[in-house]
Design a protein around this ligand. Sequence first.
Ligand code: MGD
Ligand code: MGD
Ligand code: MO
Length: 681
Amino acid sequence: MKTVRATCAHDCPCMCSLLVQVDGDRIIKVSGDPEQPFTDGFACAKVNRDAEIVHSPLRVKTPLRRTGPKGSGQFAPITWDEALAEIETRWKATIAKDGPLALLGYSYSSHQGQMNRHMPNGFFHALGASRLTAGTVCDTCADVGWETTLGPVGCIDPDEVALSELIVIWGCDVKAVNVHLWQKLEQRQRKGVKIVVIDPHRNRTAQGADWHLPINIGTDAALAIGIAHVLVRDGKCDEAYLAAKTLGFEQWKTDIVANFPPQRVADITGLSVADIERLAAMYGATKKSFLRIGWGMTRVAHGGQAMRAVATLPALTGAYGVRGGGAMSVTAGSLDFNFAPVRKPSGPAETRQVNHSLLGEALLTLQDPPINALFIASNNPAVTNPDTKKVKQGLAREDLFTVVHDPMLTDTALYADIVLPATTYLETSDFYRGYGTYYIQFAPAAVAPQGEAWSNMRLAQELARRMGLVDEIFKLTPEQILPKFFEGAKGAVAKIDPKRLLDHRAIKAAPEAVGQEFRTKSGKLEIYSEDLARQGLPPMPVWEADAQEVQDAAKWPLRLLTTPGYFLSHTAFSANEFLRKREGEPVCVLHPNDAAKRGLRVGELVRLFNDRGEVGLVLRVSDEIREGVALVPGQRPEAEAVHGTVNNLCSDRLSDLGAGATYQSTFLDVEKWQRQLAAAE
Ligand SMILES: Nc1nc2c(c(=O)[nH]1)N[C@H]1C(S)=C(S)[C@@H](COP(=O)(O)OP(=O)(O)OC[C@H]3O[C@@H](n4cnc5c(=O)[nH]c(N)nc54)[C@H](O)[C@@H]3O)O[C@H]1N2
Ligand SMILES: Nc1nc2c(c(=O)[nH]1)N[C@H]1C(S)=C(S)[C@@H](COP(=O)(O)OP(=O)(O)OC[C@H]3O[C@@H](n4cnc5c(=O)[nH]c(N)nc54)[C@H](O)[C@@H]3O)O[C@H]1N2
Ligand SMILES: [Mo]
């Protein structure tokens, strides 16, 4: 028996340091490392059971070749040599006929190690293929909202909350998605610091807070501007800070903020005037306010405006200027490593871009050349992308040659011509940097690859060799690549000798300066953004009704709210039966009045539908949401749901900034499920 130090590679802000007990080739136990202060000796309910994923009987054991129609799941085992030879032949033929743009590498984030995450797309970069604009399903709207306001820079160190006097959680289910932060927040709460949650859902985090404001979906910018209105009216702004550190405040005040008095904000947000006044008074009473901004609220038509408006608030009180004050979104921007060697080896500077959220559209409509060869790894777009019907139509194209690399036979893999067995993170060595902490770590594989599985990195390197790419990166080991990330690194991480990481312990590398740094062109927080003005977008944070949403709301009585699963994270833990059971049946939650209006009862099967599609779920009735909202937690694969997946209902319309997905701009109705389910459903 031995204990190995590992890093949790799941897509999660905590990026825990783990201790893995290993007996021969088997993982016995995964637990949180007590030596890493943020992890603090515990792993979450999901990761505690990661041994079950590593040793799951559901894992793809060998490469597979399709033997039936696309989507049918009929495959026959083949050898790695056969699989790789076929891929090489097909890709070389495609490139000879249509050029490399006919290929799309579509690899995403389920391995957060910087080598295993980025080398597959680095390989396609070097090949000159069509290039993935990754992450639009997730955080690009939030990121661009942040960057057009503060610049490309990381946020407050979450450890700073130890000094905070007020905690505001704006649209984030911290207990579900960032439980190690919750532990820190709770420690402050025990000392009397108030936690306020602004979220359309009274989720676990809201239940643990001192005060929950159940805001209407997609109205966050109005509330933030309303708070600004009260702060200005009551003389609670830090004028000196605003003058020194921000751009455009005076114009924003007169042109926008003046138009958002509390009564108007109450009408838009569904909150009371008294609550808006109280929230603004609380926020204005201290500079040491810790604002945790979630990304759920940015997955709407005007999500970018929401992020800009909310991220401006700490500038108004001067919270950005003091320790214990500021906003937390993503830390990664201030972990200034040089990741270019892996992400951007050789290859053209510019090429055709394909938006992650628009996979279906790209497969169905792109020409000159069409996408004829697709490589999917580390994500499951047939479930998690918006408009999954369109995604599947694209994947079903007979002339499309699709390779899927995954440890499990996912809904997406069912459409592959070739499926390749992938390792899980515990079978790989990699370098990690947090996106919700300032920790970095280099971790070895806890066990050898199971069965015939290959890591993302090994596969990318072998494909590079076969396709004749000569970049050095495709020949190096993780230990050889590690120091390259530090060559040209800046800020706190530049001071770290990479050799220090070789003992596999985490090191903290938070920015040293007091107060939030801004990396905009002006060096200030840009309430007024020249860049946005140039693009014809509102240059100052504003809330506006969205014409399409207004039209859809007139037609459909309910609005969809999709939230993170608690025991599941998207589909990454679907193979774990215990967690699936803990999460429970895939449900839709309606307010008691909405259920009664439709004569629907708890536990019965309901049909959620709109012009785009339908999904069959089990009804739960609860006042944890307001009337007019249909809540669907998590994104469950077809086989788990009664029928379909929730993203059948969502359009692939993009958000105002960052070209992100707009799951929350979905309108629908719910009725009793009436028809018999066919055996195949
Ligand atoms: N257990 C678990 N952990 C996870 C994940 C998971 O699915 N499950 N996902 C992982 C991933 S990929 C990511 S990106 C991260 C972050 O995961 P995110 O998906 O960004 O999660 P949150 O930031 O919690 O955002 C969801 C919250 O936003 C709220 N919300 C939705 N619309 C609005 C709105 O219009 N206004 C407001 N104020 N709130 C709104 C929802 O009710 C919910 O509470 O978490 C990671 N960790
Ligand atoms: N309706 C709605 N839809 C959403 C969201 C929402 O809030 N609402 N949230 C969105 C967000 S934030 C995100 S990030 C996306 C997430 O959606 P996806 O990116 O599709 O993530 P997962 O469903 O977790 O799928 C990850 C896949 O990677 C596989 N995998 C795990 N480890 C490895 C590895 O090391 N190598 C390889 N090759 N494969 C591996 C897993 O088995 C799994 O099949 O979903 C988005 N979809
Ligand atoms: Mo995400």
